[in-house]
Design a protein. Structure first.
Length: 56
């Protein structure tokens, strides 16, 4: 249970570390897919709002 919990809690509490993927994954799966797919292109193109919180 601790291991599975770490995954969920890690995304919520440690969102700062991987908030980019965590936030996009829980917010919009489509966006996270685009960012990972385009990668560097996403930076220039900016699909929608890659950083709603203004993080990375």
């Amino acid at each position: 249970m601790e291991r599975e919990r770490g995954s969920i809690i890690g995304l919520r509490k440690g969102r700062r570390s991987i908030h980019g993927i965590a936030a996009l994954t829980k917010r919009s799966q489509g966006t996270v897919s685009r960012v990972i797919r385009e990668g560097s292109t996403a930076k220039s193109m900016k699909p929608k709002k890659p950083k709603p919180r203004g993080g990375s």
